[in-house]
Design a protein around this ligand. Structure first.
Ligand SMILES: Nc1ncnc2c1ncn2[C@@H]1O[C@H](COP(=O)(O)OP(=O)(O)OP(=O)(O)O)[C@@H](O)[C@H]1O
Length: 496
């Protein structure tokens, strides 16, 4: 096996690369409007002894404080800060204040940048003259009404859900959303016949999620972590946690594609699924805190993971495959799946992209059960990506409902990938591999029982596969050398 020096360190380095870290270096200086990112600026133009107007700084501090505790929305914060930043001293004071919040309060750099750039842009604009326009919200009225109506549906739904029959409650939300969608359609139809331009029904460009956006007056989107088939994942500050003095005020928010807003069935099923995931209290399963809506935005709030996705890790560090860390990932995955299958929960889209290696070496499984929703007949039109063909068994490729045995097939693929770096069927989908009549590669490093278990897991015939991950784990660890320590045979063979 290729020699590897400190894989954990290299992994940590990969995990660290793209992440915005809070600056620990020297303080930042004021630079002219429109110049580069906050953290990259130097302070060499700051005059020694230069002091900001104390009142201005105090006023700014109060505004920022109210924003962070959720009493002042982002647009109002920047509108209130802008007049204070029309002079170079004012802009300097804002920089100092933001820097202090970054250093002392843990305010995210990108959020600080967002506040700064929006404030300075507003400050550069000609002063607004009329009181009416000063207080006017930036958004159009129909959009606000729509957001308010949709929010009220969800609020009512949540209230009802907390005391009654779950089926009836879901129906309430579904029918309310459908009725509202119908009303919108009729309104647009009327406007069109009256000669007005028909706006798009599902997506409003101004409603796209972006950093700095505040959801439910609580979650502030800080920066994008990545994109998937269902939407965009953001790192966000949870003001409630911040107010409560939580050590970790950050969460991850998956903003679902805007098209979800017009699929009440999909939303309902997804919400039910995320609630089920909340019951899977297992440290290896990513914790889902909530499913919520704000206006046309539907989103899932999860624990924020620090580390690296396995898909990226395998791309950037191929020598990870076969390492003892990779074996540990496999063991954790097998045990996590055995646990969830024993609770009747299936994943239905296991793949490297849904496995996350935390900075402390722990495995976390993402998106549990979400893809299973896509398999339900009622959701044929749902905007959910569903499954990943090269990790899906033939019957699932052919549209069959998800089952624990699908996860076992994907697990077989992941054993190959993590031990050898190769997909057992050269990334073909289950159906393609079956049609081609090929067999999986051999895994000579495994003891015979474990090898048989993996081959059975990769069978194209569902009846030949272990029924669930518990059965797979039992077969995989059938030999005594495996049973004590799942992969002790590996180091024994390496050293032998
Ligand atoms: N809770 C989280 N904490 C930190 N990063 C996350 C979290 N959830 C997802 N991510 C990251 O966000 C990115 C997008 O995740 P997402 O689950 O949407 O993508 P995916 O699984 O590749 O897509 P698909 O929905 O098509 O399966 C990935 O890089 C993932 O590692």
């Amino acid at each position: 096996m290729a020699s590897r020096t400190n894989p954990a360190e290299r992994r940590d380095a990969i995990a660290r690369q793209p992440r915005a870290r809070l600056p620990t270096g020297p303080k930042l200086q004021h630079i002219p409007r429109g110049a580069g990112p906050l953290r990259s600026r130097l302070r060499d133009s700051r005059q020694a002894g230069m002091d900001h107007d104390r009142d201005t700084a105090h006023q700014m501090g109060q505004l920022l404080n109210r924003f962070v505790v959720g009493k002042l929305p982002f647009p109002e914060l920047t509108r209130a800060l802008a007049p204070l930043c029309r002079t170079a001293e004012g802009a300097d004071a804002l920089d100092d204040l933001l820097q202090r919040w970054i250093d002392v309060q843990g305010l995210g750099v990108s959020l600080a940048e967002g506040i700064r750039s929006e404030t300075l842009t507003l400050a550069a604009a000609p002063p607004v003259e009329t009181p009416a326009s000063r207080s006017a919200p930036p958004r159009n009225l129909p959009g606000m009404v729509e957001d308010a109506v949709l929010s009220s549906f969800v609020d009512r739904f949540k209230k009802e859900r907390s005391g009654g029959n779950p089926a009836a409650k879901h129906d309430t939300l579904g029918s309310a959303l459908s009725a509202y969608e119908g009303l919108r359609l009729r309104r647009y139809a009327r406007e069109t016949t009256e000669g007005a331009v028909r706006p798009p029904l599902q997506t409003k460009p101004e409603a796209e999620a972006q950093k700095g956006m505040v959801l439910r007056d609580r979650f502030i989107l800080e920066n994008e972590l990545g994109r998937g088939g269902m939407g965009i994942v953001y790192r966000a500050i949870d003001r409630r946690r911040l107010e409560a003095g939580a050590r970790q005020p950050y969460v991850a928010i998956k903003m679902l594609n805007l098209s979800f807003a017009s699929h009440p069935d999909a939303l309902r099923a997804l919400e039910a699924e995320t609630r089920r995931t909340q019951d899977l209290a297992d440290p290896r399963i990513t914790t889902v805190y909530d499913f919520d809506r704000d206006g046309t935005h539907a989103f899932i709030v999860m624990e924020l993971l620090e580390g690296v996705g396995l898909d990226r890790l395998l791309r950037e560090e191929p020598t990870f495959c076969g390492s003892e860390d990779a074996q540990r990932v496999l063991r954790d995955l097998m045990e996590a799946l055995a646990f969830t299958h024993s609770r009747g929960a299936i994943h239905a889209d296991l793949k490297p992209g849904n496995l996350f290696l935390c900075a402390d070496g722990r495995l976390k499984v993402l998106d549990f059960g979400i893809s299973a929703v896509a398999g339900q007949n009622a959701l044929e039109e749902a905007p959910i990506s569903g499954l990943t063909p090269s990790y899906a068994c033939p019957e699932r490729n052919e549209g069959g409902p998800p089952s624990a045995s699908d996860d076992v097939y994907a697990l077989g693929c992941l054993v190959h990938l993590l031990l050898t770096g190769r997909h057992p069927y050269d990334r073909m989908s289950g159906s393609e591999a079956k049609a081609a009549g090929i067999a999986p590669y051999e895994l000579p490093m495994l003891p015979p029982a474990a090898r048989r278990a993996v081959n059975a897991a990769l069978s194209f015939d569902e009846a030949q596969r272990p029924a669930d991950a518990g059965a797979f784990l039992a077969a995989f660890t059938a030999e005594p050398e495996n049973r004590n320590s799942l992969f002790s045979f590996w180091s024994a063979r390496k050293n032998g």
